[in-house]
Each structure stands twice: as structure tokens, then as C-alpha cells.
Design a protein around this ligand. Structure first.
Ligand code: 0A1
Ligand code: ZN
Length: 876
């Protein structure tokens, strides 16, 4: 564990590395408790870093140092020093060969950083600073080196993998075996990977645009070998897409993916050897839902795309994380949009941004897309860096157009191939390739917070001119009181009374991107016979909040007529927000609740509209989540949010019963499963209807769910029915269904995780007592992040009602788990605590209980750096 009060690292303190490592030769002798690591480094003084020969500082954490040699000579202990951060070695010449031997214990490594064991298999996770838990090394992304890796292991680990190409294998005299891998591309240590285990593989091949054959392999435990086909298909699609859209080919002869059960995040883009959380790669129709199929496609693509945006061109330092993550998320989102429904993908991404990223931007951990400082970099793998970062890249794409953006990305890759660079380098390449000035735009990288656009308009009948006034502001965030105006691309359309897009300029364009750059700005349009209706921020052209005083009629009109599918959905969301806002008010004032009839009728016509993509209909029928309502609220009144939303769902379900049933019956088809977009769309609308129907708690509706559960041939239908039963069914029946489900699937890790999360995430089922029972279940494992997320994470993040219990017991429970987890896995503890950090936004009594829970974490003893950073910043 690190010090209780860790240091803060600042971007402004960045310095070039004092020494470069031209080559890195690693030799592992794998043993659960005592793995021997020998590392041979060709070290060279960095000529750009200055004169003299300062000591060589190597990062190292929890390592047992055995020996240090330079140019074949053992170095006496007087010439090096073990320091808290690692090792400091005196240097006598500008170039030398350093050999270090050390020992580590993969078996005791529960942090899942560095080298660890997962179900008896060795694997690594080195991003961001995990390599220092393997051996002493300049563990920073701007030190790039060519790696050669030899793995020696007993024969019970037949598969031994590392980055690059296999160049040698053989037997050792004592009966073990070894394999040597060589990666021809220089890379930072965070992209190093090693895997050893008793694994099976599926193999395929891919021919690149220029005709090179690439071997593709996916490795898993034998029991999962039937669950790799979808990932393999997704990989090939991603490889083709990157060639077609970005002109980027794969560069090694082999590309490997390994599935591991114990993993802190989704997956990792190690060069040529991606390591995946099993949950993000394994799927079969019987065991995985549509959402999982789509997530796998997106994550496989994301990791693959990193080969260029991340590996070939990497980050200079970790403040630049969004350089690779924002760009790669943008790339994977566009890929998913091309493979599936573009509008639905956009709606999903924006929903995530609005609920979670906006909340982050308004909370105690708010930071810019390129942070200025951190205590623990693991805490900055955030929605801001990833999702908002992707929005920033998307805005550049919007400003430059697809062709201009491609010119910019070509220049970026050509200019910086093989380098470790900055967000600034990315923007510069975009500017240079297009001859544009993005000076003001750069503020998106340095200013935190979600900008707000207040929009008003006026129409002059005599001249037929229409004026739009836009005021931008951005709330203060920690360390940033005042903000300068952003450059906001505001995509706009104007609708006629007939619902047609009006021409906005002389060229007849019906959509424009207005450059909002000032605190207040007006835009003039002319030639209108009547006052047009604005469709603002089409496609969510910037990560901002838009306020415009739409009437219910105008929103209904946009829902029906807007040519921008995203804004049709958004108009519905605005309408629902207003209705739910009123319900919350009425609830607080003890009034009888009544749902606005306009909302019911709007939903009815959406449901009856057969011209719309059923997936879009499903999205349009979904009320904003409790979390979204909480994010929008000035002060969170959890009880009012819960009751208002529950009432609205119920009222909608009652009013739309006939239509819902009709749609359900029409879409409930007996056809073989396929994860194709059209089929996913039908299932999603069908199951949305089922869920609404069950919200009435009518016996007939619950019977439908029970029948679907009993007969389902795919996990999407099965899990949707079970979720509906869990949320609305009779307790004894549901218990039986849950038991049947568990018995059927108890040997399948991914399905058991789903089973956990369905219960913990249910307002009705996931009571604290139930969640505690689940934690005592034999399939639960505190050392496995997926299990923690499925039980505790689902409770804290998705079970709004139970987590926010007025007695504060939900908070206390999460706080206790965070304390326990911190001793095993600090990264996971620091993530799990986040729902407790926004106490300032809650109404006083509940907020105070939340703060007390957080305080109890702080007082619990010595915290990891990860947890300390989040908790201390949140208590300030
Ligand atoms: N670079 C990975 C994310 C990742 C980050 C940290 C990890 O371990 C602590 C693991 C994965 C990605 O963007 O997919
Ligand atoms: Zn990534």
C-alpha cells in the first residue's frame, strides 16, 4: 500500500526522461509465490534532457531486489539505493547495459496490476503504472523500447504468450519449457503483456488491404471456447473498417486476444496481445444479451483501433490520456454507428454522458479532458477523459467535415508514428492539415465543467427575419472559478409550420453549424413567412446543456417532425423531464399525482408509428432514468424522484396497455437468434413493451413474462423476462424463477454475474438484506471485480431506491465494502466509492448521512492513494 497522503503530480512539472532504453530483454521464471524476473536494458543518456550523468531513477513497487549489474559486473550496494519510489543507481557513462534481477509474487497480487493469477492463469495489466510491479523500470509512456520476452514455466502452462512474434521455443533441462517473443515495434512499458496458462484457442485469419496475412487468435479456458465467434467476427469487421475509414492496416503477423476473469476494466490494448475481461469478449446467444453482443463488438474494435491511436502513436505522459482514449472512443463509436443504428448509438452515448459525465463534471472530482494534476492516475480513467474526450474529437470532426478530419488524422499518424505525443500535437495536426485556427477550441482540453447554452429567439414579421441569441456560461469547478468562452459548434435546423426543414442560407442548406464563440452572440436568418421552430444542437453537436423555453406543443411537434432522429428523441426527453418535474413538485406538496395527457398521447403515437426503427421507438418510450433526473436537479430529493418516476411508468403502462400488448405480440417472434441490428431492434422494443406491461402488475402481463422466461431460446429474452418478474412479480414465484435460472446457469461465470446484478439492481429485489445474502453466496468473490460490480456496484449505481434509503443504511453498507475492498484492490475501491461523493447535491438529511459514510471511510485507517484521493477531494 502506498502512503496515506500521496504526492500530487502536475502537468506543468513534466520533464523529458533523463535516460532512454533502446532495448528491453525480459526473462521470467514463473512461480506463484516467487516469480523471478531478469531484465536487461540498453540504457542511454537522453541527449535532449541536458548534460551530466544524473542518477538513473527506476520505478519499482513491491519488488524484492536480488541483484544489479552493469556491463556484466555486479554493482556493489553502495552504488545504488532502494528508495520509496523504486531504485536510484549511480551512473558513470552515457551508455551501458543494465541487468536487474528481482522477485515478485503473482499469487498475492490482488490489485490486478502488474503480474497476477486469475483462475490459475498468469496475466498482466500494466497500464497505467503496473509495469513497476513487475520490475524496476522507467515506467512512463515517453520511454519507448523494443521488447524481447522469454517466459519459462512448468508444462502445466502449455500456452506462453507475450507481445509481437514468437521467435523461439524449447525445453529447459529441468523439464519446464520456454517461449521467446520479440516485438519489433518500440513501445512504452504500459503496453507490455504476458500470459501463461492452460488455454484453448480459436484461430482465423485476415488479409489486409495490401494483401498481408494476419493470424487471429482468441484464447480462453476450455469451457469458454464456444463463446469466441462473435468477438472474432467483430475483430475482422473492425480491421476492415479501420482500413476503409482511416486507411490504417494492422502491422504484425499475429493478433491475439486473451479472456481473463479477474480484470479491473473492460480490456487492454497491449501490442499484439490484447487482454480482455471475459465479460467483454465471451458471448453466445444462449448466454449473452443483445447489449453484451453490442458491447463486445465495440470493445473489440476499441482495443484494435488503439493499435494506431495509442500504440503506434502513444501519450507523452498520463495527462494526455485522452489523446488516445478520446480519439479511440470516437473511433469505436463511429464504427458501432456504421455497424448498427447510428441514431440509437448516439442516443445511448449521449445518455451516458448526460447522466454520468455531467455528474462527474459537476462533482468534487471534476477535471478537464486533459487534467492538470493527479494523485493517482488510475482515478483519471474517467467518463470525462473517455466520453467527453470523444465528444471533443467529434466536435473537431464536425468543424472540419469528414474529409478534413481524415486529412488531419493522416497527418497526425504520419507525423507522429513511433512517438509519444500530446493532445496539443493532435490538435496541431488537425489545424495544419486544414489551414484552420483552433486556438479557442483548445479550451475544451483545459477547462472542466459542462457549458450551458441559454437560447432565446425572436421573429420580425415585417422583414421576415429570425434572430437567435445564444448565451454561454460554465459553472465553476474545483480549482477553476472563472471560465473563458468555449468554441461550441451548435448544429441547427429551423422547421416550418408543416414540419419541413427551412433553407437557412443562400445555398439552401437546411442545417448549419453555428460557431458559438462568445459569451453572448446573435445569429440572423431571413426570408421566413412565419416564425420557424428551432431544432437545436442536432445530433448533440457539443457536450453542453441547451436551455430553450419550448412549449409542450412545440416538443410534440419536434418529436413528430424533426428530420434529426436524435432531436426527435431529445424532444421526447424534454417533454418527459417537464412532466416528471411537475410530478416531483406535486409529490413534495402532497398533491394527487396525475400524468400529463400530452405525454401519454405522444408515447402512444410513437408506439403506433411503424415507420420508425423499433430500436428508436424503444429509446423514445424510455423515461429518463432516476440518475438522469438527479443530475438535472438543483438539489436531489431522492424520494420525490423515485415516486414521480414510478408513478409515471405505471400511469403510462395503464394508459397504453392495449398498444403495448399489440406491439409485444407483433414482435414476439419465434426465430433463431442473430445479433444483427434489425433483430436487436425488434427485441428491444418487444422487451420494453413487456417491461411496461408488467409495471401494471396485472396477472396477465406477469404471465406473459413468465411464459417468455420459461420458453426463451436466447438470453436477451430470458433476462428481460426475468428482470420484469424481479421488478414486478409475486415474491414466491420470482424466487422460484431465480432459482431455476441459477441451477441452469451456475457453471457459467458471465450468466451468474447477470443473475447477481438483476437482483442487486432491482428496486424491489435488491434490498440491503438481499444484497448481503448475495455477498455470502458461494459464487460471490470479493477479489473478483466483476462480482463486486454485479453485486455492490449494481446496488450503488443502479438501485437508486434502495441505495438512497432514508435511514442511510445503503450508504453505510457501501462504505463498509469500500473499506474492505481497499485492502485488496484499491482501483476498484476508489471506483465503488464514487456514488457516495456527491453528497453536497442532496437534500440536507440524506446528504449528511452520505457525508458521514464518506467520513467513516476516511477514518477507517490507512487508505490507498487511489481511495484517499477520491475521498479527501470529496470531503473538502
Ligand atoms: N486502455 C484501456 C483501459 C484500461 C486502463 C487501465 C487498466 O488497468 C488498470 C485496464 C484497461 C482501454 O481504454 O481499453
Ligand atoms: Zn481505450
Amino acid at each position: 500500500m502506498k502512503d496515506a497522503q500521496p504526492n500530487t503530480v502536475y502537468l506543468k512539472d513534466y520533464k523529458l526522461p533523463e535516460y532512454l532504453i533502446d532495448s528491453t530483454k525480459l526473462h521470467f521464471e514463473l512461480q506463484p509465490k516467487g516469480t523471478l524476473v531478469k531484465s536487461q536494458l540498453k540504457v542511454r543518456r537522453n541527449p535532449a534532457a541536458g548534460a551530466g550523468l544524473p542518477p538513473l531513477l527506476l520505478d519499482g513497487v513491491e519488488l524484492e531486489l536480488l541483484s544489479v549489474s552493469i556491463d556484466g559486473q555486479l554493482v556493489p550496494a553502495s552504488r545504488y539505493q532502494e528508495i520509496p519510489a523504486g531504485l536510484s543507481i549511480e551512473v558513470e557513462k552515457p551508455e551501458f547495459e543494465l541487468e536487474i534481477c528481482n522477485r515478485i509474487s503473482p499469487e498475492n497480487n490482488t490489485s490486478l496490476e502488474g503480474l497476477y493469477l486469475s483462475n490459475g492463469m498468469y496475466c498482466t495489466q500494466c497500464e497505467a503504472e503496473g509495469f513497476r510491479k513487475i520490475t524496476y523500470y522507467p515506467d512512463r509512456p515517453d520511454v519507448m523500447s523494443k521488447f524481447t520476452t522469454t517466459i519459462v514455466a512448468p508444462r502445466q502452462y502449455p500456452v506462453l504468450l507475450s507481445n509481437g512474434n514468437e521467435i523461439e521455443r524449447g525445453a529447459t533441462e529441468d523439464g519446464r519449457h520456454f517461449v521467446t517473443w520479440e516485438d519489433p515495434f518500440a513501445k512504452p512499458a504500459y503496453l507490455f503483456a504476458l500470459v501463461a496458462g492452460d488455454l484453448q484457442r480459436v484461430e482465423d485469419s485476415y488479409t489486409t488491404a495490401s494483401g498481408r496475412q494476419v493470424t487471429l487468435q482468441i484464447y480462453t479456458e476450455a469451457k469458454n471456447i464456444g463463446k469466441c465467434a462473435h468477438a472474432m467476427r467483430s475483430l475482422k469487421k473492425a480491421m476492415r473498417w479501420d482500413e476503409e475509414v482511416y486507411g490504417r492496416e494492422y502491422d504484425l503477423d499475429i493478433f491475439m486476444i486473451v479472456a481473463v476473469d479477474h480484470f479491473n476494466m473492460g480490456a487492454m490494448e497491449n501490442k499484439g496481445l490484447n487482454i480482455f475481461n471475459s465479460a467483454c469478449v465471451l458471448a453466445s446467444p444462449e448466454t449473452a444479451t443483445d447489449a453484451t453482443f453490442q458491447r463486445i463488438e465495440a470493445i473489440v474494435a476499441h482495443e484494435y483501433f488503439h493499435n494506431w491511436s495509442g500504440n503506434r502513436v502513444t501519450c507523452r505522459d498520463w495527462f494526455q490520456l485522452s489523446l488516445k482514449e478520446g480519439f479511440t472512443v470516437f473511433r469505436d463509436a463511429e464504427f458501432s454507428a456504421d455497424m448498427n443504428s447510428r441514431a440509437v448509438k448516439r442516443i445511448e452515448d449521449v445518455s451516458l454522458l448526460r447522466t454520468q459525465q455531467f455528474a462527474e463534471d459537476a462533482g468534487p472530482m471534476a477535471h478537464p479532458v486533459r487534467p492538470d494534476s493527479y494523485m493517482e492516475i488510475s482515478n483519471f480513467y474517467t467518463l470525462t477523459v473517455y466520453e467527453k474526450g470523444a465528444e471533443v474529437v467529434r466536435m473537431i470532426h464536425t468543424l472540419l467535415g469528414a474529409e478534413g478530419f481524415r486529412k488531419g488524422s493522416d497527418l497526425y499518424f504520419d507525423r507522429h508514428d513511433g512517438q509519444a505525443v500530446t493532445c496539443e500535437d493532435f490538435v496541431k495536426a488537425m489545424e495544419d492539415a486544414n489551414g484552420v485556427d483552433l486556438t479557442q477550441f483548445r479550451r475544451w482540453y483545459s477547462q472542466a465543467g459542462t457549458p450551458v447554452l441559454d437560447v432565446t429567439d425572436s421573429y420580425d414579421e415585417a422583414s421576415g427575419s429570425y434572430t437567435l441569441t445564444v448565451r454561454q456560461s460554465c459553472p465553476p469547478t474545483p480549482g477553476q472559478k472563472e471560465k473563458l468562452p468555449f468554441h461550441i459548434p451548435l448544429a441547427l435546423g429551423l422547421l416550418s409550420a408543416e414540419g419541413k426543414d427551412l433553407p437557412l442560407d443562400e445555398a439552401g442548406n437546411t442545417q448549419l453549424v453555428l460557431p458559438v464563440t462568445e459569451a453572448e452572440q446573435t445569429f440572423h436568418f431571413s426570408g421566413f413567412a412565419e416564425k420557424p421552430l428551432p431544432s437545436l444542437l442536432r445530433g448533440f453537436s457539443a457536450p453542453v446543456k441547451v436551455r430553450y423555453d419550448y412549449s409542450s406543443e412545440q416538443l410534440l411537434f419536434l418529436m413528430r417532425n424533426d428530420s434529426d432522429a436524435f432531436n426527435r428523441w431529445d424532444a421526447g426527453q424534454r417533454l418527459a423531464f417537464a412532466a416528471l418535474g411537475q410530478l416531483q413538485k406535486d409529490y413534495r406538496n402532497g398533491k394527487t399525482l396525475q400524468l400529463q395527457p400530452e405525454l401519454v398521447e405522444a408515447y402512444r403515437s410513437v408506439l403506433r408509428n411503424r415507420d420508425l426503427d423499433p430500436a428508436l421507438v424503444a429509446k423514445m418510450l424510455a423515461l429518463p432514468s432516476e440518475q438522469t433526473l438527479a443530475e438535472e436537479a438543483e438539489r436531489i430529493d431522492a424520494e420525490a424522484i423515485i415516486e414521480a418516476r414510478k408513478f409515471a411508468r405505471h400511469a403510462l403502462a395503464e394508459a397504453l396497455k392495449e398498444d403495448l400488448l399489440e406491439s409485444y405480440r407483433r414482435l414476439h417472434k419465434d426465430k433463431p437468434y442473430s445479433p444483427e441490428a434489425a433483430d436487436i431492434a425488434e427485441r428491444s422494443l418487444k422487451n420494453t413493451c413487456l417491461d411496461y406491461l408488467c409495471a401494471t402488475e396485472d396477472a396477465d402481463a406477469l404471465l406473459l413474462a413468465q411464459q417468455q422466461f420459461d420458453k426463451a431460446a436466447n438470453m436477451t429474452d430470458c433476462a428481460a423476462a426475468l428482470a420484469a418478474l424481479v421488478n414486478y412479480g409475486n415474491e414466491t414465484d420470482v424466487d422460484k424463477s431465480l432459482e431455476t435460472f441459477y441451477e441452469r446457469w451456475k457453471l457459467d461465470t458471465q450468466v451468474v454475474e447477470l443473475w447477481f446484478s438483476l437482483q442487486s439492481g432491482s428496486a424491489r429485489w435488491g434490498t440491503l438484506e438481499r444484497v448481503q445474502t448475495l455477498m455470502a453466496h458461494p459464487a460471490f468473490e470479493l477479489k473478483n471485480p466483476n462480482k463486486v460490480r454485479a453485486v455492490i456496484g449494481a446496488f450503488a449505481n443502479r438501485n437508486f431506491a434502495q441505495f438512497h434509503r432514508t435511514d442511510g443504511s445503503g450508504f453505510e453498507f457501501v462504505a463498509q465494502q469500500v473499506i474492505a475492498l481497499d485492502k485488496l484492490n484499491p482501483q476498484i475501491a476508489a471506483r465503488l466509492v464514487i456514488p457516495l461523493t456527491r453528497w453536497k447535491k442532496y437534500s440536507s438529511a440524506l446528504g449528511e448521512k452520505m457525508r458521514q459514510s464518506l467520513e467513516s471511510v476516511m477514518q477507517s485507517g490507512k487508505l490507498s492513494a487511489d481511495l484517499y484521493e477520491v475521498v479527501s477531494k470529496s470531503l473538502q
